[in-house]
Design a protein around this ligand. Structure first.
Ligand SMILES: [Zn+2]
Ligand SMILES: [Zn+2]
Length: 246
């Protein structure tokens, strides 16, 4: 068997460490980032596209953040209050944020996790939520196998790094694949996600949880997650998503 001298092994290890340190710069050099909104070079989401993102402003429903004309709750939340304490979304699911989420989710552009989570961290700095820990909305294992990653987990991991909030991994499990519910109405979505999640994590007892997802459609997925997190002892659950469909 060929013998390696220790000196050259150390050299190789140092070289690998240096290379991994510069991995991102090398990838940037080979595949220079382009803005998913306007195509300009330099970043995956350029400052002018970020400025033009369709932000959600009050007045909106205190619980689900749907715009309201008057009062603090929308008719749906008044009729049947959700289990989740509240949902906040940064933007309407339109324009560059929609493009960014589609690239992030379906075209393997995982590098978007960082600028997208930065937007969430910025939002939390100016609109603090009562949360101690983060939990990502899970994907069904079948979807993870197809996509290779859970975009909500990548967002939550980056947000945890930026905000210092601890990310609880593996707390929530998706038992049923309910991601293809785009054709369903609000009521059908609600019954479709009932029983789709499970949580056995004892560490959540007494915790104020921030539930992270990319897009909120009707809030039924977030609410179903909140139900099992509270059953496991979570004291409150707030949903935070990048975008909201309208
Ligand atoms: Zn742009
Ligand atoms: Zn509402």
């Amino acid at each position: 068997m060929k013998k390696y001298d220790l000196g050259s092994l150390v050299d190789i290890i140092i070289l690998l460490m240096v290379l991994s340190k510069f991995k991102e710069s090398i990838i940037d050099l080979l595949f220079p980032p382009r803005c998913v909104g306007c195509g300009s070079g330099g970043s995956f989401l350029c400052p002018s596209c970020i400025r033009l993102l369709p932000r959600l402003y009050p007045p909106y429903c205190e619980r689900c953040s749907i715009p309201v004309i008057r009062g603090t709750l929308c008719p749906t939340c008044l009729r049947s209050p959700p289990i989740i304490d509240g949902i906040r979304s940064l933007f309407w699911y339109q324009r560059a944020i929609r493009d960014a989420i589609l690239w992030f989710k379906y075209k393997n552009l995982k590098a978007l996790a960082s600028p997208l989570a930065e937007l969430m961290a910025e939002y939390l700095r100016s609109n603090p939520l009562p949360i101690d820990i983060l939990v990502a909305v899970p994907l069904h294992p079948k979807r993870i196998r197809q996509r290779g990653y859970n975009q909500s987990y990548l967002l939550a991991r980056e947000l945890s790094r930026l905000s210092g909030l601890v990310l609880m991994e593996g707390s929530l499990i998706r038992l049923r694949d309910t991601t293809s519910q785009t054709i369903l109405g609000a009521q059908e979505r609600r019954s479709n996600v009932r029983g789709a999640f499970e949580c056995k994590d004892q560490r959540l007892a007494g915790k104020r949880i921030g539930l992270i997802d990319d897009v909120c459609t009707t809030g039924s997925t977030l609410d179903a997650c909140a139900a099992v997190l509270k059953e496991r002892g979570g004291s409150s659950v707030w949903g935070l998503t990048l975008a909201r469909e309208n």
